[in-house]
Design a protein around this ligand. Sequence first.
Ligand SMILES: C[S@@+](CC[C@H](N)C(=O)[O-])C[C@H]1O[C@@H](n2cnc3c(N)ncnc32)[C@H](O)[C@@H]1O
Ligand code: SF4
Length: 208
Amino acid sequence: MLVYIHVPFCRTRCNYCAFHSIPLGGGVESAASPLLRDYVDTLLLELAHWGDRLNGAAVQSVFFGGGTPSLLPPRIVGIVLERLARCFTLSSKAEITLEANPESLRGGQSVQQYLAAGVNRLSIGIQSLDESMLRLLGRPHRAQDSLHAVFTAREAGCANINMDLMWGLPGLSVRQWLQTLKDAVRMSPDHISAYGLTLEPGTPLERD
Ligand SMILES: C[S@@+](CC[C@H](N)C(=O)[O-])C[C@H]1O[C@@H](n2cnc3c(N)ncnc32)[C@H](O)[C@@H]1O
Ligand code: SF4
C-alpha cells in the first residue's frame, strides 16, 4: 500500500497551481506556527485512525506531497514516520519520498536530518532552469537555487533524487526547453518528472 500525506502549506502561491495549499508567508519555519501544530496533531490522529481501520496494513511506499512538505521541520517528519511505523506495517525497504522546493533546501544539514528521520527519496520542484520562465510561473527561487539544492542533496547523501520540470509554458521555445533538459540531465538525477502545463481555472496564469 502507498500512504500519501498531503502537506497543505506553501511559502507563497505559484501562478499556475491549483493544489490545495495555504500560503504561510514568512512565518513558516516556526514549528510553533499554530496552523502547523494543529495540522501535525490531526495528522497523527488520522494515522492512528486509519492504521486501526486497516488492521496495520503493509506499507511499501510513503509520499509526502504538497503543498511544500519541506516546510515541515525534519524533527516533525521523524515524528510522523514513527507514528506511521507504529500504526501500519512499514516495510524496511519502503520508498519514503518528500517533495521539496529548492529555496527550502539551502542547507545540507536539513537534508541529512530528513534522511536520518527516514526519508530516502527527494522530489525537488525545479520546474524550469530559465529565469524568465521561473518569473512567469511565480516561483520564489532562481535557477541557481535549484542547481544548488540538487547538488546539496547529493552531497548530503541522498541516493534517490527526482526533479519536477514543466513544459508547454507560454513563450517557452523548443530551444529553451531542450536547454533545460540538458542542464537537468547534467545534474544526474535518478528520475525526471516532466509535466505539460495544465491551465487550471482561476489561477493567475489562466486569467492572463
Ligand atoms: C504537488 S506539486 C508541488 C510540488 C512542490 N510544492 C513544488 O512546487 O515544487 C507537484 C508538481 O506538479 C506540477 N504541477 C503543479 N501544477 C501544475 C500545473 N498546473 N500544470 C502542470 N504541472 C503542474 C509541478 O511540476 C510540481 O512540481
Ligand atoms: S507549485 Fe508547489 S510551491 Fe507552488 S503553490 Fe503549488 S504546491 Fe505550492
